[in-house]
Ligand binder design. Structure first.
Ligand code: ADP
Ligand code: ASP
Ligand code: MG
Length: 406
């Protein structure tokens, strides 16, 4: 008998009809001789609705209370799905994160899972029940409700699969696998049969929201077989795997993009030791994550320019903090732009091939797209461009690297 952890995302449980359909699907797997643990998201739109309610009360709601509120979304779905299963004669039991001791640290709104106690779940499985667990939520040491960040139900599912040593973790969503890029932007995008953990990790961290990045990290670390599938149609989906010896590698596996970027520049800062720390220290102290960083070579070694990117939500605060620091340092000017996006090409094949960056830059130049920043790592190249060029850039690159063809 195999143990499978299945996760159904917001769209997959978006209506009562969809929840009934998920119940049928779960029962099918169970009748196929498997033990099934199901993780569910809030019904689609519900987390945003709750966030809007909080924002209507306060522009900066207390993070602890926000978690108490947001966790209700998933709590509703576990109860509804369990009812749908019971109605069909399938014994089921729902649990909140706290009830199955999904213990996290205390970083409200983006907590990290530290430990899961699988005792209650194993007992239920032995008794022949389907176990339905609320995604996205946990409790800290003091029993406070925490949430794992947007898309966090993916991570709940993988962490549960790791804790229970499940045979497979299946992420059911509204697309039938991981594609060469977001099929909403490039209709010709192609489903990948498999993708390596390393590439999936890059894709997720560079903006492909099909899997939360932490879930991929977990799966890689604990060796959890992970598959992305459609909850609407049958099919093999995409398997996330380790890189195999001799595996034929495409040069580029996929294109990721991130619309949530903003960029800040300080012009004419004194070119002295410690300047990066002086500029970025206060930004870090304000809990603002910095992504790309570029410091210019200073022509006369007296002053330099310094540019970095942050999440668009943090733009106003970062600009405020930077303005103050720049004044203290005697910098010439601070400027910023929150109408930028990041486009990245990802592929392990890049390691052993030259000329990929050249093809990328040539393609963007041909479309008249100005590159504002560049950053590279072993298996990815990212560029920052104006927001208005996002779709054009992604489509042109998809075509240039011939990604629609297997
Ligand atoms: P769920 O609610 O099931 O968690 P998400 O909206 O979080 O679903 O993730 C699925 C969506 O991810 C798809 O509808 C698709 O638009 C988007 N997406 C972005 N990049 C990719 C990609 N490379 N492959 C597949 N889907 C992608
Ligand atoms: N409901 C949460 C969200 O919308 C978690 C999830 O769906 O994974 O982000
Ligand atoms: Mg998701």
């Amino acid at each position: 008998m195999a143990l499978i952890v299945q996760k159904y995302g917001g769209t997959s449980v978006g209506t009562v009809e969809r929840i009934e359909a998920v119940a049928e699907k779960v029962i099918n797997y169970r009748n196929g001789g498997n033990e099934v643990v199901v993780v569910v998201s809030a019904m689609s739109g519900e987390t945003n609705r709750l966030l809007d309610l909080a924002k209507a009360i306060s522009s900066r709601p207390a993070p602890r209370e926000l978690d108490v509120l947001l966790a209700t979304g998933e709590q509703a779905t576990i109860a509804l799905l369990s009812m749908a299963l019971e109605k069909r004669g399938c014994a089921a039991r729902s649990y909140t994160g706290g009830q199955v001791h999904i213990r996290t640290d205390s970083t409200h709104n983006k907590a990290r899972i530290q430990d899961i106690d699988g005792t209650a779940i194993r007992r239920d499985l032995l008794a022949g029940r389907v176990v339905v667990v609320a995604g996205f939520q946990g409790v800290d040491e003091q029993g406070n409700i925490t949430t794992l960040g947007r898309g966090g139900s993916d991570t709940t599912a993988v962490a549960l699969a790791a804790a229970l040593k499940a045979d497979e973790c299946q992420i059911f969503t509204d697309v039938d696998g991981v594609y060469t890029t977001d099929p909403r932007v490039v209709p010709e995008a192609r489903r990948l049969e498999r993708i390596t953990f390393e590439e999936m990790l890059e894709m997720a961290s560079l903006g492909s929201k099909v899997l939360q990045i932490r879930s991929v990290e977990f799966a890689g670390k604990y060796n959890v077989p992970l598959r992305v599938l459609s909850s609407f149609e049958e099919g093999p989906g995409t398997l996330i795997t380790y890189e195999e010896e001799g595996m034929e590698q495409a040069l580029i596996s996929g294109i990721a993009f991130n619309r949530d970027e903003a960029k800040l520049t300080v012009l004419g800062v004194p070119d002295q030791p410690g300047i990066a720390h002086k500029l970025l220290g206060p930004i870090a102290d304000a809990n603002i994550e910095v992504d790309m960083i570029v410091q210019n070579v200073s022509p006369d070694q007296t002053a330099t320019d310094f540019t970095f990117t942050v999440h668009r939500n943090d733009y106003d605060r970062a600009l405020e903090i930077l303005g103050q620091v720049a004044r203290e340092l005697g910098a010439r000017e601070v400027s910023g732009d929150n109408k930028i996006v990041k486009i990245s090409i990802v592929g392990v094949g890049m390691r052993s091939h030259a000329g990929i960056a050249a093809t990328m830059f040539e393609t963007l130049a041909r479309e008249g797209i100005n590159i504002r920043m560049i950053s590279t790592s072993e298996i990815k190249i990212s560029v920052v461009v104006d927001e208005k060029y996002l779709e054009l850039g992604v489509r042109a690159l998809h075509e240039a690297f011939d990604l629609a063809r297997a």
